[in-house]
Write a new protein. Structure first.
Length: 218
């Protein structure tokens, strides 16, 4: 959309003297520091706006997808890279891009790219579990016995187990169909639901009992 610069009419209001400044330059009418001090008023220095950038760039989107495919969380990517937007801004980009694609007026498929990168990242997290399991993690355990302080060096098995279990639980939540422990069985779309059978211990015992009774009857 073309930008429109509004100019004040010199006939209706007096214009400020801007010297050689261009027409679009805005001249501040804020009193100077010296003027405020002369009037006995307190001078408060203007503070610069601090915040993360929000403008979309293809390079930032490329780096985000690249690191997501390595299993790095989005929040960590935006936090550790200079000049990157807040993680919420990335979701705003995805929403706007989806709207453009739906309207047929543009869009770069950002949501699909991020989703695909995350799927690859889940595999990277699973492979990382193997690396944690195969590689030792030397550490120190300090034990205080009265006046004695005993330091023992050993492999941090408990910490390694926690790291692996945390990743596996997250994977089961992020991608349950691939990494979840339970697999749901569904019928054909629009068809009748698939019946389920109770495989509890009491049910199995009843089945065995019926088979024994049938065998005796024969």
């Amino acid at each position: 959309m073309p930008e429109t610069t509004r100019k004040r009419s010199s006939a209706s209001k007096p214009s400020l003297s801007t010297g050689n400044l261009p027409d679009a330059t805005i001249v501040s009418c804020r009193p100077s520091k010296e003027a405020l001090i002369a009037e006995g008023k307190q001078y408060v220095a203007p503070t610069a706006k601090i915040g993360k950038p929000s403008k979309y760039t293809h390079e930032i989107a490329r780096i985000i997808c690249e690191e997501l495919s390595e299993g790095v969380p989005l929040r960590q990517i935006c936090r550790e890279n200079d000049g990157f937007p807040a993680w919420r801004t990335v979701y705003d980009w995805m929403k706007k891009d989806d709207d453009l694609l739906a309207c047929g007026t543009g869009g770069v498929g950002l949501s699909a790219s991020i989703s695909r990168a995350r799927d690859i990242g889940y595999d990277a997290m699973a492979e990382e579990c193997l690396q944690i399991a195969d590689c030792t993690m030397p550490g120190e355990i300090t034990t205080v016995d009265g006046d004695k302080v005993i330091i023992r060096k050993e492999d941090m098995l408990g910490h390694r187990k926690l790291r692996i279990e945390t990743r596996l639980k997250l994977l089961a939540k992020f991608h349950p169909t691939k990494y979840g422990d339970r697999v749901a069985i569904e019928g054909v779309e629009g068809g009748a639901p698939i019946g389920t059978v109770d495989l509890s211990t009491s049910y199995l015992a009843e089945v065995i009992k019926n088979l024994e009774m049938k065998k005796r009857a024969d």
